[in-house]
Ligand binder design. Structure first.
Ligand SMILES: CC(C)(COP(=O)(O)OP(=O)(O)OC[C@H]1O[C@@H](n2cnc3c(N)ncnc32)[C@H](O)[C@@H]1OP(=O)(O)O)[C@@H](O)C(=O)NCCC(=O)NCCS
Length: 148
């Protein structure tokens, strides 16, 4: 198990009992993404992505679940990466991505919305590189990043 000795949280495989807490974090994060179209499909996609083999959670003894990611193992593709706003800048994303990287034994990739400047800065700080971007109406909408 990956444990952050100073901050007291640890990372473990997803358990079905974690779904509610993860969905609450996801819902709260979406509130900061006004560019995203709201629909139930996003929640269904997330629910389908949950599984002990392809999702990791960060847990703190008092706060409970404070972040999670889901992973398409064969492709090394991170399809969700969300950290509770009260626990950001504590290395939670770094830890989740490190554990995911050890699981796939190779580089990871993910897509980030162009408007999501905070996440883009975080991935940049972690050494991820932009390898492609998709456009709509002549504007970049998403960027494909790969891990170091
Ligand atoms: C993006 C996100 C996952 C980062 O999680 P986090 O746990 O705060 O990230 P970490 O603490 O592991 O930080 C990793 C590095 O990124 C930097 N960083 C994190 N957020 C940052 C921000 N908003 N601006 C600039 N740098 C940032 C940290 O300082 C750290 O760099 P350092 O080690 O050089 O100091 C989190 O902000 C989040 O959940 N955002 C909302 C949901 C989202 O956008 N998800 C991504 C979808 S692709």
């Amino acid at each position: 198990m990956y444990t952050h000795a100073g901050a007291g949280w640890s990372i473990r495989p997803f358990d079905p009992a974690d779904a509610g807490a993860c969905l609450a974090i996801f819902r709260d994060c979406l509130a900061d993404m006004p560019w995203r179209v709201r629909n139930r499909g996003q929640y269904m996609i997330l629910r389908r992505a949950f599984g002990p083999q392809n999702a990791l959670v960060a847990e703190e003894p008092d706060a409970g679940i404070i972040g999670f990611l889901t992973l398409q193992m064969a492709q090394g593709y991170v399809d969700h990466m969300f950290v509770d706003r009260d626990w950001r800048f504590c290395g939670v994303a770094r830890g989740l991505l490190e554990v995911a990287r050890a699981h796939v034994n190779g580089t990871l990739s993910l897509d980030v919305d162009t408007e999501n400047l905070g996440a883009r800065r975080a991935y940049e700080a972690l050494g991820w590189q932009v390898v492609a971007s998709t456009t709509a109406n002549g504007k970049a909408r998403q960027m494909r990043l790969v891990s170091p």
